[in-house]
Design a protein around this ligand. Structure first.
Ligand code: WAQ
Ligand code: MG
Ligand code: MG
Ligand code: MG
Length: 259
């Protein structure tokens, strides 16, 4: 039996100028869908770009392309939610989790400094978990690496959601999808993330070992400074790693008896 081909559909939207000319990042999105679903995916991404809490875009690009590589099907990371009552409490917890994953405290501090110096990112910063050196700058436009070609089929996500999360939310789906793809790779030590959307304060630390650890307050409401950092084992081939993040197609699938 021949499997149907999948298509990668991607969107990026910015304000005042395109990203590469220094415009403000508004929104991005990626989906992996079948041919008959391209129109729906484009529609959904267009709506996402036009109705965003970071502002109205002046530039947007939506594109699709066929994916030739075989699709890898993986399980979602396990999810744990920590209700925290202040940003200080949330941040302390995030840092403790990163240390449990093996990222030393002084590297975490370096990462926060790097992040503050690069406020206008549309992708993820890659940081060497042993030296704190940034690893992605010579790859791409300096705006971070955008992970792409991953998705979680709605039906399966809804099933997972009903039984595990009870939080019907596209953002959660997108974040776990990305975190599961990223964690899967042996070069990833841990990921730290919170949204750059001013109306969303929940973020997470993700890793193979501890799964997707949600933390409800990683920044103040109204703050437009987001974060996405991958702590990386740099003894792995970084060019290949970045290629995996951008190009390898991954679908998330949850099986009831498989965890
Ligand atoms: N690849 C790499 N980096 C990305 C990607 C991607 N596909 N998408 C977003 N980023 C980076 C980019 O720098 C953004 O500014 C930053 O992450 C935040 O993106 O309830 O919504 O899409 O469990 O605003 C996590 C918690 C929400 C969800 C994360 O991030 C939950 C979120 P956003
Ligand atoms: Mg997103
Ligand atoms: Mg894609
Ligand atoms: Mg955002």
């Amino acid at each position: 039996m021949r499997e149907l081909p999948y298509y990668s559909v991607r969107m990026r939207a910015s304000k005042s100028k395109p990203h590469e000319e220094g415009g403000k990042h508004i929104s991005g999105g990626e989906q992996l869908v079948l041919f008959d679903e391209i129109r729906g995916a484009v529609d959904k991404l267009l709506l996402k770009s036009l109705t965003h809490s970071r502002g109205t875009p002046d530039f947007a690009q939506i594109q699709f392309e066929i994916v030739d590589e075989p699709i890898q099907v993986i399980s979602p990371l396990t999810i744990t939610t920590h209700i925290t009552h202040s940003v200080d409490e949330g941040q302390l917890l995030a840092q403790n989790l990163l240390m449990k994953c093996g990222v030393p405290f002084h590297i975490i501090q370096k990462a926060y400094l790097l992040m503050e110096d690069h406020a206008e990112l549309s992708g993820a910063i890659l940081i060497d978990s042993k030296t704190g050196r940034r690893l992605d700058e010579s790859h791409g436009n300096g705006k971070g690496i955008r992970v792409s070609r991953m998705d979680w089929r709605d039906e399966n996500f809804k099933k997972w959601n009903r039984e595990i999360a009870a939080n019907q939310n596209d953002r959660l789906k997108e974040a776990i999808t990305l975190a599961s793809k990223v964690s899967m790779h042996q070069a990833t030590v841990a990921e730290l993330c919170w949204s750059d959307d001013p109306d969303y304060t929940t973020g997470y630390v993700a890793s193979k070992k501890f799964g997707y650890q949600r933390i409800t307050s990683l920044k103040e409401y109204g703050d437009e400074q987001g974060c996405r950092i991958f702590f990386v084992n740099s003894s792995e081939d970084i060019t290949k790693y970045i290629d995996y993040l951008k190009k390898n197609p991954v679908l998330i699938q949850w099986e009831v008896n498989h965890d």
